[in-house]
Design a protein around this ligand. Structure first.
Ligand code: OOG
Ligand code: MG
Length: 264
């Protein structure tokens, strides 16, 4: 797909989203001022934001797939998966309360994280290639926080906002994905001791490794690869759950262990 916006408009949007992310200030979705904005424009903004954050000293640690489960697609009203980048400043240690004062309207997602031992590239990456290039999988929580008012956006806007990436917590037991059937891994998400969502990992595009293959395909469109050592978040298995200061969440994954966090 070719871009519809000029370099000047892209630069303006990069500045707008960067400020919103840094100041935790809500802005209207970008297509309100730029109705012709398309997916390619969204990724152009995201790429420049990535460059800015790396220039400021953040390290690229991997990538995330977003909107990969029916639950997430229905919740957000978008049925096309997308990707975003992950940096060192987004990783949060398990066991340390996560402040919410720099977030607008955080939501928690339970996901399977992949750690890659081999690089992957190409437009037609397969599930089998992903599984054999994976060092191990881990249970993870992603904390998303849209910079758009009311958590309302369309696909070009959310791509520009780096797929709502905010923070992530990983833990549990590293497992070899070839020794498990990832499709049937069940997850129970609890908030403040109550079960708020349950699902099996097949909710993510039929198999979470397919989300990684999809991500590799999108990277290939930009002439990029998924490097060895990357962390990949394969996408929320259940709906995202809103949280605020004082809440605690735990996601219990079958076979992989639990992952929890508390918000302050
Ligand atoms: C977009 C990001 C979605 C996932 O796991 O599906 C995402 C959003 O819903 O704000 O991270
Ligand atoms: Mg996610």
């Amino acid at each position: 797909m070719t871009r519809s916006l000029s370099e000047r408009d892209i630069a303006l949007l990069v500045e707008r989203v960067d400020q919103a992310q840094r100041q935790a200030r809500a802005i209207p979705k970008l297509t309100e001022d730029f109705p012709s904005m398309n997916i390619a424009d969204g990724y152009a903004v995201q790429h420049q934001l990535r460059r800015r954050r790396i220039e400021r000293g953040e390290r690229l640690i991997g990538w995330k797939a977003g909107l990969t489960s029916r639950a997430k697609m229905n919740q957000m009203g978008i049925d096309v998966p997308s990707i975003g980048f992950l940096t060192s400043s987004m990783a949060w240690p398990q066991g340390q309360a996560m402040p919410t004062d720099r977030m607008l309207h955080p939501r928690v997602e339970c996901e399977i994280a992949f750690v890659m031992k081999q690089a992957l590239s190409g437009a037609r990456c397969t599930r089998e290639e992903v599984l054999s290039a994976t060092d191990f999988v881990l249970p993870a929580l992603e904390i998303i926080d849209s910079r758009f008012s009311g958590f309302k956006f369309d696909l070009p806007s959310v791509i520009a906002d780096n797929a709502s990436a905010a923070r992530l917590v990983i833990g549990g037991c590293p497992c070899d994905p070839l020794k498990l059937d990832l499709r049937t891994i069940g997850v129970v998400l609890e908030k403040n001791g109550e079960i708020v969502a349950t699902a099996a990992a097949a909710a993510v595009l039929g198999h979470p490794a397919d989300a990684v293959a999809m991500l590799v395909g999108i990277l290939a469109q930009f002439g990029e690869e998924l490097p060895a050592g990357s962390l990949v978040m394969s996408g929320g298995i259940t709906e995202a759950v809103a949280v605020r200061a004082g809440d605690s969440v735990i996601a219990r994954f079958q076979h992989l262990g639990s992952i929890s966090t508390k918000f302050s």
